[in-house]
Design a protein around this ligand. Sequence first.
Ligand code: ASP
Ligand code: MG
Length: 413
Amino acid sequence: MLYVQKYGGSSVGNIDRIQNVARRVAKTLADGNQAVVVVSAMGDTTDELIELIHKITQKPPDREYDVLLSTGEVVSSALLATALGELGHKAVSMTGAQIGIRTDGVYTKAKIVEISAERIRKELDAGNAVTVAGFQGINEHGDITTLGRGGSDTTAVALAAALHADVCEIYTDVDGIYTADPRVVPAARKLPAIVYDEMLEMATAGARVMQSRSIEFGAKFGVRIHVRSSFNEGEGTMIQGSVEGLLDGTGMEKVLIRGVAHDTEEAKITVEDVPDQPGVAAEIFGALSDRRINVDVIVQSATVKDKNDISFTVGRADLSRALEIVETAVKKLGGGAIRSDDTIGKVSIVGVAMAQHPGVAATMFRTLSSNGINIQMISTSEIRISVIINRDKVPEATRALHKAFGLDAPSAS
Ligand code: ASP
Ligand code: MG
C-alpha cells in the first residue's frame, strides 16, 4: 500500500520526537508499504520566523516572507530523512519546488494548481521513502509560495490525491476529531468517523484540527483521511464520503448534531449608512476577497432612508488589513462610520442530519436564551448553524449546546 502521512509541528517538535516519527514511518515501511511523509515546521518555528522578520519591518515583502517561512518545513524534512537513514531505510527529502507543487501567485495564502507526481514516483520506485516539506510550492515564475497557516495538511491531502495513495494519515497531538474541543467540553467524545462536509463545516467553524482547504481537496478527490495521534497507537477518526460506519454503538446514531465547534479568533466589522443600491456589497466584499480575506457571518440591516448598515466577521489576524480595505471601499462608495469589535466569538453546531430535521435551530436558540446568552448575529448553511456571541460566553455556550444535543459522553452526565 502507498501511505501518505503528515506529522504536525508538535509531532516533530524536537529531535526525540523526530526520531519517534522515524520509528513510526519505519514500521509502515517494514510492513512492505511505501511512504510519503509530509512534515510541518518543528514546534513553534513558523511563529518564531514571523517574529524575526517583523523585527526588521512590520510590512515585510510577501515574497521574502514566504521564502523565510518555507524554511521551517525544509529543516524537518531533512532531519526526518536523516533519522530514517539511521534506522536503515533509504529516504530522501524534497522541497515543494523539487516536487513541482505549482501554486497560484498569492503569496502567504497560495492555492495549489498542479502537482506532478513524477519525481516522487521515481523516488518511490527506487525504493526510497520520501519526506516532503509541507506548506509550500512555487508560482509560475519559480518563486517560493506558502499555503497559509496549517498548509501542510493541504500538501499531504493533495499529494495523496495526486499519487492515488490508499490513505492519507494526519498525525497530530490529539487522538482524532471530537464532538467539541475537549479542553472546553470535558464531556466531548472522539468520533470514529465524520463525513467531509461536516468536517469542512467544523473546520470553518473553528475546529482547528485541519486546514479547511485540505478537507475540500479530500472531498473533491475522494481521499480517505485518517486523523490520529502521533503519540499513541490508537485509531483516530476517518474523514470519508458516506455516513456509513458512523454509528459507534453508543446511541450516537440518533443524534442530529455531529459536533459543536467554537472560534474565538474572529472580529466583527460594521459599516454604517452605506447607500442602498446595487454593487455596494460587491465592492466591499470583492475588495476583501481579492486580498483573500475570508469573510464569515454577514448581516445587512433593514434599510432606513436609503441607507444600510452591514456587519460581518473576519479572522482577528486579518482585522487591521480588512479595516484598511473597507475604509478604501467606503470612501469610494460614500458611507458612514466603520466600527470594529474584537470581543466576539462564534459557536456553531454541525451535522448532515440537520437538513431533514426542523427544530434544530429553535433548540439551539432556546438553549442559549435559557443560559442568558445574547445572540448578536446568526448564519446558517444546510448543515451548520453559527451564532456570534460575546467571546466570554463561548465556553459556556459550547458546553450547554453539547449537552442539549445529547453529545455528552454517558459517564459525564
Ligand atoms: N508550519 C506552518 C504553520 O505553522 C504550516 C503547518 O504547520 O501546516 O502554519
Ligand atoms: Mg501546524
